[in-house]
Design a protein around this ligand. Structure first.
Ligand code: SAM
Ligand code: DTB
Ligand code: SF4
Length: 329
């Protein structure tokens, strides 16, 4: 807590964040849950739906990403920008399935003015007209492009820092960390919410994880939305051989993000398909309050819809899950 009693700080040090991350697990989860309950409804988990509106062929060389044109061995079908009407129809279907937020991703290095950007603007307007939150992730943006997205009613712009400034060069060499920060600044200047987080499991250290959270937590205000992804290792990418992360590492990362950015929406993002129901619930107890819902993330499989139905039923009322309770009948 600060002197004025607030637990929202912008002056964290990396050492403090490492110490939080490395604290005894039960204490960490307990503290994170208390922070979560101070600022959020503990029973509310927002469902967001994700759609790849333009797939593959990206000129950037992000080592984790199946959509990079540099990773020729990846088995992925490239796809041109989708038709806005089709995108909005898919958003309506996602809304009917319970999604409140619709996130659209394009495998672009940066936005270019012209027909394709005009089409994205149409998508944003269409999604907003459905009464849903709209988020897009389109790569780097210039201030005037951020302004156009704001005018179209965009709720949030996703642009992940992915890892620490120190480790970043090991993951991407076609752009620098400063490029990411400049896009985030351009977005923030328009009043669009920031959605920015990262990936664990790429070979980074705990200090790198803490250093990424440090950059995010020193934004004032904090990013409204912080996605925490576990690497989905994809064949043909340089990180294909990395094992899956231990679910408890994800719990620690979520809890640490919750403690250093207590008011933000922490999204349990890629990698959920490898977590059993109980590991996901631990992440929710540790402060995650949103998940991506639906068959696929951008190009890789997401958690199974049937499993998610069971997860949400279990969170709601135990007797609906079909698992008998131990209480006397
Ligand atoms: N091209 C844009 C950009 O990089 O900002 C937007 C799309 S990009 C696919 C969005 C985010 O997806 C990346 O920043 C990264 O965090 C995440 N991502 C991509 N591939 C992933 C993977 N294999 N495992 C986990 N997260 C991944
Ligand atoms: C984010 O942080 N994770 C989502 C969303 N923002 C765009 C993307 C995850 C992508 C996982 C790999 C894939 O499906 O291509
Ligand atoms: Fe391109 Fe984004 Fe994938 Fe990097 S993460 S290769 S910028 S689509």
């Amino acid at each position: 807590m600060t002197a004025n009693g607030s637990d929202t700080r912008h002056d964290w040090t990396v050492e403090e964040i490492v110490a939080i991350h490395e604290s005894p697990l039960l204490e960490l989860i307990g503290r994170a849950n208390a922070a979560h309950r101070r600022h959020h409804d503990p029973n509310r988990v927002q469902k967001a739906s994700l759609l790849s509106i333009k797939t593959g062929g990206c000129p950037e060389n992000c080592a984790y990403c199946p959509q990079s044109a540099h990773h020729r061995e990846v088995d992925l079908t490239r796809d041109r920008l989708m038709d806005p009407q089709k995108v909005v129809a898919m958003a309506a279907t996602a809304r009917a399935a319970g999604a409140e937020r619709f996130c659209m991703g394009a495998a672009w290095r940066q936005v270019r003015d012209g027909d394709e950007f005009d089409a994205v603007i149409e998508m944003v307007k269409g999604v907003r007209a459905l009464g849903m939150e709209a988020c897009v992730t389109l790569g780097m943006l210039e201030p005037h492009q951020a302004e156009r997205l704001a005018k179209a009613g965009l709720t949030a712009y996703n642009h992940n820092l992915d890892t620490s400034p120190e480790f970043y060069g090991r993951i991407v060499s076609t752009r620098i960390y400063q490029d990411r920060l400049e896009t985030l600044a351009a977005v923030r200047a328009t009043g669009i919410e920031l959605c920015s987080g990262g990936i664990i499991g790429m070979g980074e250290t705990v200090r790198d994880r803490a250093a990424m959270l440090h950059v995010l937590a020193n934004f004032d205000p904090h990013p409204e939305s912080v996605p925490i992804n576990a690497l989905v290792p994809v064949d043909g990418t340089p990180l294909a051989g990395r094992g899956r992360v231990d679910p408890l590492e994800l719990v620690r990362m979520v809890a640490t993000a919750r403690l250093v950015m207590p008011r933000s929406t922490v999204r349990l993002s890629a990698g959920r398909s490898d977590l059993d129901r109980e590991a996901q619930i631990l992440c929710l107890v540790a402060g995650a309050n949103s998940v991506f819902y639906g068959d696929t993330l951008l190009t890789t499989p997401n958690a199974d819809i049937g499993d998610d139905a069971e997860l949400f039923a279990a969170l709601d009322r135990p007797e609906r899950t079909g698992h008998p309770t131990t209480a006397a009948e």
